[in-house]
Design a protein. Structure first.
Length: 73
C-alpha cells in the first residue's frame, strides 16, 4: 500500500482534517506526539489501532505539505 493512501480527508469527519485510514485519529495528533518527544514505539503503544506505516505516512504527509515552491514577485 502506498503511504499516501493511508491519509484520508473526509469533510464529514474531524472537520475535514487529514486522518489516518478513515479513523478519527488526525495526522496532527500523531505529529503532536512526535513533537512532544514520544518515540514511534511509544506512539504505537498509546494508539494500538495504528501501524508503523501510519506513522511514516503522517511524516510524509507533513513533509509534502511543507515542501511547496515559493514564488517571489
Amino acid at each position: 500500500m502506498n503511504l499516501a493512501n493511508r491519509i484520508t480527508i473526509n469533510p464529514e469527519q474531524c472537520g475535514g482534517r487529514p486522518c489516518i485510514r478513515g479513523m478519527r485519529i488526525r495526522v496532527t495528533d500523531v505529529l503532536d506526539l512526535f513533537a512532544a518527544g514520544l518515540s514511534a514505539e511509544q506512539i504505537l503503544e498509546e494508539m494500538p489501532d495504528l501501524e508503523a506505516d501510519d506513522l511514516r505516512a503522517c511524516l510524509q504527509f507533513a513533509a509534502r505539505r511543507l515542501d511547496h515552491p515559493v514564488v517571489v514577485a
